[in-house]
Structure formats: structure tokens, C-alpha cells
Design a binder for this molecule. Sequence first.
Ligand SMILES: [Mg+2]
Length: 239
Amino acid sequence: MLRVVHESVREVSERGALPVLVFDLDSTLFSTCPRNLKILEDFVAARGEEHPLLKEIWPTLTEEDMGWNVHESLQERGVEDEELLGDLRKFWAARFFTDEFCEIDTPVPGAPEFVSACHDAGAFIYYLTGRHVNGMEKGTVNGLVSNGFPLFTGKAACQLKPDFYANDKEFKTAALDAVRSLDGEVVATFENEPGNANLFMRAFPEAKHFLLDTVHSPEAEVPDPSLIVLDDFTSFQTD
Ligand SMILES: [Mg+2]
């Protein structure tokens, strides 16, 4: 199916229109697991002396154990101290939404290759992320460029939330107007949050809409059954 997107990009471009692809970043183009694991590592380093159980379970934790909430990974391994878990939530929130830590993320397999191939075939790449300005823009730019995603080419834009407190869904709803203002043809969108994927599907019914089956928020909407579910982008090479 990713090959079909690539072919559509070429076809739209060849008839003189602007093909547009919309990509979310966290848990869509990037895995946040390395970021979460590093935060846990730092927490264990900071608090492990007073809580030996933390030091004991740390070696058993891997990137694969990282879900939506890092404290759940500890709870699953027997950490029940509510005060400690509360401290971890604060420790996590103080780091997760920062330049320094978001730069730790690694690309979802095949993502840089797929985005680059579509870009080179004529697509305008629209990164639309719930990361925020004034705290995550430098890490976001460094992460995109150092991992081989096209950015400074004149055929890409990166829109972040105007501030940390802006509501994700409202932000992405308003951003649809910016996407439409390109006056192109939205060929496909990629998201891990079902609510946002549903939103894109309603906004651009002619496009293909992909839902990355990575992690999503606990209170997520029910995904529209016509969303195309993807684990990663490796099928672009093997299709
Ligand atoms: Mg996301």
C-alpha cells in the first residue's frame, strides 16, 4: 500500500499538481521508546539508592517494554509505592517534552526511506506534531535532519503546537486549514492517534489514511474501520 502512495505522488506531480503527505512525528515517524527508556534510566540513577527494587528491575527493562506511560512498566514489575510513582510522573513530564530528550527518539523502521522517496517523487512533506514551540523545536529539527528526513528543501513544513498547553486535537483541527492553503492534493496522512486519523479521514476523503499501530493515548477514540493499519514503513521496500 505504501508503494501505491508513492505512485500516486508521482502521478499527481506529473500532471502539475502538488501532492501533499501529512505525517505525525511521535509514535508515527519516530519511536518514543528510547526517550522513555532514557528517562527511566535517569530516574533509576537518581532514586535507585533509596529504592533498591528500582535497581533490581532496571536491567530487565527494554525499549519493547515502553508503552504510553513509563510508570506502568514499573508497576508491572512490582513497584507499588504511590509516592515514588508520582515522583516518576513528574520526573518524566519534566523531561519528555524537551529538546534534549525528544532528540533521543529513533525513526520507525523504513520511515526516513519512505518519506524521502515520496519527497523526491514530488511530494510536499507536512510534519504535523503535538510537540510544542519554545521547548521542542530544536530537538525536533535535529532529530528530523540527523535521521535523514527531508526538511530544508522548500518542499517540507514542520508545524508544532504554539505552546505546551494547546489541546492536540484542536491544534490538528485548526492545522487542516494550513494544509488546505497549500492548494495541493492530500494523497495520504499518517498518525498513531485514532482520533487524529479519523479527523484527517473526514477532512480529506479522497486520500489514503494510515494508522500506525505503535502506542496511543489510553482514552483514544475508536479507529474508523477504513483506516489502513501499519506496524512500520518497511513494507515500502518489500511490497
Ligand atoms: Mg503521535
